[in-house]
Design a protein around this ligand. Structure first.
Ligand SMILES: *Cc1c(COP(=O)(O)O)cnc(C)c1O
Length: 400
């Protein structure tokens, strides 16, 4: 196998890294990345097997540890994110679980923002305490709450920004400082920002996690996740967990996601431009009581968003007047925008968090997070921007 152009030390832009990063060609010199659907690998001699196992000779051993196609995906993600090392996982949740499990043990303490993707909140609130890890949930935008919550035994700070579904923006550079003051690792779930608009490692975070299911695939085909950090932590803490507990990404999914990365900038730039236009058009709509978009000057953390994000987001949160009944009327009147709890797809997707993704947390927790019965989360797709605006304004007129 031969390596393609070496991106290290070059200042090639993301669009270039996303097409060429991580490519390793077989003896056939294929253009597109090869898909190595194999469980294991064979050795020429017993001595070669021994050397592979004791680390004296490079090479693959078993696809639960590493696989050539998955390795290309990991290398491309590193080239994009500016990370030293990465491990790809079967889903975004496997990546979040892996990062948190690798960062703590019984007796440790974790601080996380309250506004988390539902399953992330389950890991922090329910799963970690079962294994003797204490956790504290704070209001993510209030830096004083983080400062008060950290303790000498805090080993990880965990957040997503912008948050799901209210698109709150958390100051990552400030959190990195708080995290460093107690020697903890700052883990950022960067799904909503996308790797194009926000680089947590450059802002001082120690670990970045993605659900590759979202914008990285971007076409609704397969699940995936990835954990990115420094070489030492990945080798010492993440790799043993991957090897022995089995969350590694399948080579087929890695191949799909490698192809997804090639078009990531085209898709995310277009989706963001459409989202920004829709946010401006719908902000003053008589049926809308509140519109939240990180790219707008009226966003509650507009200053932080401008500082740490390259652009708004592909997502918009909007609250319609008239609560659940009006929200349902809008959803049921939409023709192009599809009802789905997923996001980051080529198809525009809309969800009513109060009755779907955030149903199980209960009314009190929803109120605390600002998830009202009229709130809708819109993930903007690749359809014609004018058609989307027409579909949304027609549906809002129906609800009014
Ligand atoms: C979707 C998502 C996850 C989980 O990813 P899966 O691939 O569905 O397991 C985690 N965090 C955020 C912010 C997400 O949007």
């Amino acid at each position: 196998m031969t390596k393609d152009i070496d991106l290290a030390g070059n200042d090639w832009k993301p669009a270039t890294r996303l097409v060429h990063g991580g490519v390793t060609r077989s003896q056939f010199g294929e253009t597109s990345e090869a898909m190595y659907l194999t469980q294991g690998f064979v050795y020429d001699t017993a001595e070669a097997a021994e050397a592979r196992f004791n680390g004296e000779a490079p090479g693959f051993v078993y696809s639960r540890y590493a696989n050539p196609t998955t390795a290309m995906f990991e290398a491309r993600m590193c080239a994009l994110e500016g990370a030293e090392a990465a491990r790809a996982t079967a889903s975004g949740m496997a990546a979040v679980n892996l990062a948190l499990m690798a960062a703590c043990k019984a007796g440790d303490h974790v601080v996380a923002a309250k506004a988390l993707f539902g399953s992330c909140r389950y890991i922090v609130e329910t799963l970690l305490p079962r294994f003797g890890v204490e956790t504290t949930l704070v209001d993510g935008a209030d830096l004083d709450q983080w400062r008060k919550a950290v303790r000498p035994n805090t080993t990880a700070l965990f957040l997503e920004s912008p948050t799901n579904p209210t698109l709150e923006v958390i100051d990552i550079a400030a959190l990195a400082e708080i995290s460093r003051s107690v020697g903890a690792r700052l883990i950022v779930d960067n799904v909503f920002a996308t790797p194009l608009w926000q680089s947590p490692l450059k802002l001082g975070a120690d670990v970045v996690v993605y659900s590759a299911t979202k914008h990285i695939d971007g076409q609704g085909r397969c699940l995936g996740g990835v954990v990115l950090s420094d070489e030492k932590w990945i080798a010492d803490e993440v790799m043993p967990f991957v090897k022995h507990t089995g969350p590694h990404m399948s080579p087929f999914n890695a191949w799909v996601l490698l192809k997804g990365l090639e078009t990531l900038p085209l898709r995310v730039e277009r989706q963001t431009a459409t989202a920004a236009m829709l946010a401006d058009e719908l902000a003053g709509h008589p049926a809308v009581s509140r519109l939240i978009y990180p790219g707008r000057a009226d966003h509650p953390q507009a200053e932080v968003a401008r500082r740490q994000m390259g652009a708004g987001s592909t997502l918009i949160a909007l609250e319609v007047k008239g609560g659940k009944q009006a929200a349902f009327a809008v959803l049921n009147a939409l023709r192009i925008v599809k009802l789905s709890n997923n996001l980051g797809d080529a198809k525009s997707l809309i969800t009513h968090p109060a009755t779907t993704t955030h149903q199980s947390i209960g009314e009190e927790a929803r109120a605390e997070l600002g998830i009202s019965d009229g709130l809708l989360r819109l993930s903007v797709g690749l359809e014609d921007a004018g058609d989307l605006l027409r579909d949304l304004t027609n549906a809002l007129a129906r609800a009014a």
